[in-house]
Design a binder for this molecule. Structure first.
Ligand code: MN
Length: 234
């Protein structure tokens, strides 16, 4: 359909750069896995044996590498969570674990930015995580690297620095649910599709950022993601 088919301007398709090409990766949905590193489960005081939590962020919450994002509304405790991002080329229902990686287009580095004060208050009241997790510009994400070129990413250092100080430092091998298991499980709950992103959870060391801070995330083999925090959203 062209733009004349819509009664108002159609929303832009969210997308990410792909290393090695000038074409872009279109983003359909963003799924996030909570509680996927024991060290983070422990620091949050959560049940170590509970299955991982799945939630979504809006596709247009994507922010690209190098951006400055405003300090969000409704929070005094705005947290970073550095995560491996898996980008799907194809999908389906009930994907067997053994076939799961065939659906992966590539990998990237993402930040699951979180209004922690809102999230914790909602957890206490038994309310959904959404207001704490799914808000504007809450998903900075670096360019995607193609699995065809770099292979599948299942180990390697994951590290976040804020203003040059190491805050998160772990290895992807410490993920409780590995990428094939996450894809298999998620596909029991939703039909996965080309363009879906999966943020695979964060290790320990989460904490707050304030206006003026610079976050630099690195994952071995995936380069870096740099994001700065600007003044509060107007
Ligand atoms: Mn997270």
């Amino acid at each position: 359909m062209d733009s004349d088919s819509f009664v108002i301007p159609a929303p832009r398709i969210a997308s990410l750069a792909v290393v090695g090409t000038d074409k872009r990766f279109p983003v359909r949905r963003i799924y996030c896995v909570g509680k996927n590193y024991l060290s983070h489960v422990k620091e949050m005081g959560e049940d170590e044996r509970a299955p991982p939590v799945i939630f979504q962020k809006p596709a247009d919450s994507i922010v690209e590498d190098g951006a400055t994002i405003p300090y969000p509304v409704m929070t005094d405790d705005y947290h970073y969570e550095l995560e491996l991002v898996v980008a799907l080329r194809s999908g389906g229902y009930n994907i067997p674990e053994i076939e799961a990686l065939d659906h992966v287009y590539g990998y990237g580095i993402g930040l699951d930015m979180t209004r922690r004060d809102i999230q914790l208050a909602d957890i206490k009241r038994g309310h959904p995580w959404e207001p704490g997790k799914s808000f504007d510009q809450s998903c900075p994400c670096g360019p995607i690297r193609q699995a065809e070129e770099i292979g599948h990413v299942d180990k390697g250092r994951i590290q976040l620095m804020v203003n040059g100080t190491i805050k998160q430092d772990a290895d992807l091998e410490l993920m409780i649910w590995r990428t094939p298991e996450i894809i298999a499980r998620l596909s029991q709950q939703y039909r996965l599709c080309p363009g879906d992103l999966i943020l695979t959870g964060t290790p320990s060391g989460v904490g707050p950022v304030v206006p003026g801070d610079e976050m630099v995330g690195t994952i071995e083999g995936l380069g870096t993601l740099t994001v700065r925090i600007g003044p509060p959203a107007a």
